[in-house]
Design a protein around this ligand. Structure first.
Ligand SMILES: [Zn+2]
Length: 295
């Protein structure tokens, strides 16, 4: 039996917000409670939307909360060779094709109708590359959200794996990196549940192993907006030990644990305490708004 491997993969398009911290804590506890390794990957493929400063802030903010990667962080922006190899494989096996449809012609169309599938378009600039989906149901037994299934021909059709601007698309990069990092358990936010069938389809097409999935409830603020901005707007230097303990205690509560009343401990001690008690079975699929009105 291989050692379980989990990961947290933030996109550094801004500072860490509370919803991401909750997901990080959940994936950390999930993998550590199984004796596994927790890895950090920075999803910084889109250089227009992300930057190194946000990435450094996120890494430091996680460390401040006792969440440190078991090996040096992996940067997606440095892994183009891995992605290019996979795209060549998909091209050779005719599982992808070039698409020249304009955004305008596709506007308002739900699933991509396969317009360019048989056109045999040669690779050139200003095209996207689409993955051929099969007519069948792809399901995931999510360990928090339950069963989720999609027939991709109905929901999205042949989807984009290389964007028009040349960047590999999120789904393909995620699948390739998770496989390369030997990730066995993916714990992430419920907003990514709907992308799971596409990722499973890609993993199978590339004959990669499929990890298990657990999608954490999304944290809304008191007015129903996604995540609290308070953590994100607090610079690390302004964060007291008390704040850190409070953030962790709130995360643990939302994950179904009752943290000890007097947490006079370090973040590491609090996480150790939680690790011995954590189970995904106690994590609610949805959070009631009143659960985090104090954030
Ligand atoms: Zn097309």
């Amino acid at each position: 039996m291989h050692r379980p491997i989990g990961r947290f993969a933030p996109t550094p398009s801004g500072p860490l917000h509370f919803g991401s911290l909750l997901t990080a804590v959940a994936s950390f506890l999930d993998i550590k409670s199984r004796g596994g390794a927790w890895l950090l990957r920075i999803d910084d493929l889109d250089s227009a939307r992300t930057d190194r400063k946000h990435a450094a802030d996120i890494i430091n903010m996680l460390a401040r909360h006792g969440l440190e990667s078991d090996s040096p962080p992996i940067w997606q922006s440095e892994r183009e060779a891995l992605y290019a190899r996979a795209i060549r494989r998909l091209r050779r096996s005719h599982q992808v094709y070039q698409c020249i449809c304009s955004r305008k012609t596709l506007h308002g169309i739900g699933a991509y109708p396969g317009t360019c599938r048989q056109a045999g378009i040669e690779v050139a600039a200003n095209q996207c590359t689409r993955f051929v989906v099969q007519k069948r149901e792809i399901s995931v037994e999510d360990e928090v959200q339950g069963r989720y299934a999609e027939d991709l021909t109905m929901t999205c059709g042949d989807f984009v794996v290389v964007r028009r601007d040349g960047f590999v698309a999120y789904h393909l990069a995620t699948v390739l990196d998770d496989a390369d990092m030997k990730v066995t358990r993916v714990v992430r936010g419920a907003d990514l549940l709907a992308s799971t069938p596409r990722q499973i389809a890609l993993a199978k097409a590339l004959r990669l192993s499929v990890p298990s999935f657990a999608h954490m409830p999304v944290v809304l603020d008191g007015s129903g907006r996604k995540a609290s901005k308070r953590l994100a707007s607090t610079p690390l230097s302004a964060l007291s030990d008390r704040d850190v303990k409070q953030h962790l205690a709130t995360c643990l509560q939302l994950l179904g644990l009752i943290p000890p009343k007097h947490c006079g401990h370090s973040p590491e001690a609090l996480l150790d305490w939680a690790c011995a008690r954590f189970t995904l079975r106690a994590v609610p699929p949805v959070l009631a708004r009143s659960d985090f009105v104090c954030l």
